[in-house]
Design a protein around this ligand. Structure first.
Ligand code: UDP
Length: 483
């Protein structure tokens, strides 16, 4: 079954290729494609092959995206691996989404190995770059005489600070007997990071008895076995974490491979017609006056929480642009009027815009009228805000976002923390307070804004000729020449 899907690899003779292996989620596919495009800017003679995994659950529709990239970038070829199936009892559990992903990746290992062997017959594979979720595939490389010559790299779509915490996870596991969730706010000492309250570690690893924890723990032990760690960040954004990793402090008992900080890698996305209307609305607002609230591709709040945000925004008196997602995915027929406090939309219509589901975030953040961003701390969102010089209020919801909040607030000093109650609920008065603090020239708001502009310049410098990220990319691609 595997062989017939791989035939097309034999059509080219000894082309030089890089193989990329994203985990099965549209966001991760997009990130790896962007990395592929970046590599092509440095080495246009290479071709990029992307191994696409189809999961037996909804991981986002990738077909239109793949078609668009194939049409515009002929040097990138997608290869669809055979669909993985999972036992129904696994699919029907309430396991973390990450657990299902790991189950798929586990079953994918022989298929990926076979695909690579097949590619290697007719191509020179200079490197195999995998999404950090996929790191345990490295096991297959070490035991296969054909594959073990191919250098492997782990691509991290989260901050270097997150990577530091994951590289250090086996050490934490050995030295601390409890689950992070039981340690509550006990501060963890992780090289390169400010003290991290245990509850702020990445969500799927809070509970030791969870399968997701086991999978991550195993997966992180493979990071140091790779030939390099490629991170979507830049040197001057996270100098302490990057140095701690590079100096080997996060992996005490084994060498740490070279670190390549090649970011910020921002994904260009198309705008739909209806989304342009919000940019027109922004055109009519004063400079840096609007706070933008948007919570990533998965950020969903309860009706009660949406209500509280609305009250907080109204009381703050600030201009706002708020993207609201449906709180109950069961009812597709929802409208903003019935969801938000009675009369809210009408009362705030002169200074607020609320849209359903999606906005062209990169363009919005770059708009001159936007002066602040309330974010769920997804790393792409954070990098997009940094590139636009926009300070943030950090309101983490899932994945590694609570760790990102600590780093943004304590280390990079580019965000204010949104403080939630124990149950994760944020009151209207907290929303009002933080939004006001961010948007007015209070002491905090002012210094965050200055810092945001400094970081914007630093990001630009990192990507310019002679900048640290350009140099890291060149170092990475040059190393393949010798291979
Ligand atoms: N995004 C967008 N419009 C929206 C919500 C999200 O364009 O209304 C984009 C955003 O610009 C970012 C990505 O979706 O590039 C979200 O990635 P991030 O890492 O911030 O969070 P995730 O969705 O992975 O949690």
């Amino acid at each position: 079954m595997v062989k017939c899907t791989l035939e097309f690899f034999h059509t080219n003779s000894k082309m030089e290729v890089i193989v990329l292996y994203p985990s099965p989620a549209i966001g991760h596919l997009v990130s790896l494609v962007e990395l592929g495009k970046l590599i092509l800017t440095s080495k246009p003679s290479l071709s990029i092959h992307i191994l696409v995994t189809t999961a037996p659950y909804d991981a986002g529709d990738t077909a239109p995206y793949i078609a668009a990239v194939s049409a515009t970038t002929p040097s990138i070829t997608f290869h669809h691996l055979p669909r993985i199936s999972l036992p129904p009892e696994l699919l029907n559990t309430t396991a973390h989404p990450e657990t299902l992903m790991f189950e798929v990746l586990l079953r994918n290992k022989p298929i990926v190995a076979e695909a690579l062997r097949s590619i290697s017959q007719s191509h020179t594979v200079h490197a195999f770059i995998m999404d950090f979720f996929c790191a345990s595939i490295i096991e297959v490389f070490s035991s296969d005489h054909q594959l073990n010559k191919i250098p492997t790299y782990v691509f991290v779509t989260s901050p270097a600070s997150f990577l530091a915490s994951f590289l250090y996870l086996p050490t934490l596991h050995e030295t601390i007997p409890q689950s992070f969730k039981d340690l509550k706010n006990t501060l963890l000492d992780i090289p390169g990071l400010p003290p991290i309250p245990a509850l702020d570690m990445a969500k799927p690893i809070l509970d030791r008895s969870d399968m997701a924890y086991e999978f991550f723990l195993e997966s992180t032990t493979y990071y140091p076995k790779s030939d390099g760690l490629v991170i979507n960040t830049f040197e001057s954004l996270e100098p302490r974490a990057i140095k701690a990793i590079s100096d080997g402090l996060c992996v005490p008992h084994a060498p740490t491979p070279p670190v390549y900080c090649i970011g910020p890698l921002i994904t260009a996305k198309g705008k739909k017609g209806s989304q342009l209307e919000c940019l027109e609305w922004l055109d009519s607002q004063p400079r840096q006056s609007v706070v933008f609230l948007c919570f990533g591709s998965l950020g969903v709040f309860s009706e009660e929480q949406l209500h509280e945000i609305a009250v907080g925004l109204e009381r703050s008196g600030q201009r706002f642009f708020w993207v609201v997602r449906n709180p109950s995915s069961a009812s597709p027929e929802w409208n903003l009027d019935s969801l938000l406090p009675q009369g809210f939309l009408d009362r705030t219509k002169d200074r607020g815009l609320v849209v359903k589901n999606w906005a062209p975030q990169v363009e919005v953040l770059r708009h001159d009228s936007v002066g602040g961003f309330v974010t769920h701390c997804g790393w792409n969102s954070v990098l997009e805000a940094i590139c636009a010089g926009v300070p943030m209020v950090a309101w983490p919801l899932y994945a590694e976002q609570r760790l990102n909040r600590v780093v943004l607030v304590e280390e990079i000093k580019i965000a204010l923390p949104m403080k939630e109650s124990d149950g994760g609920f944020v009151s209207a008065s907290e929303v009002e307070k933080r939004v006001t603090e961010l948007m007015t020239s209070s002491e905090n708001g002012g210094s965050l804004r200055k810092r945001a502009l400094v970081m914007k310049d630093e990001a630009r410098a990192a990507l310019s000729d002679g900048g640290s990220s350009r140099a890291a990319l060149a170092k990475l691609t040059e190393s393949w020449k010798r291979g």
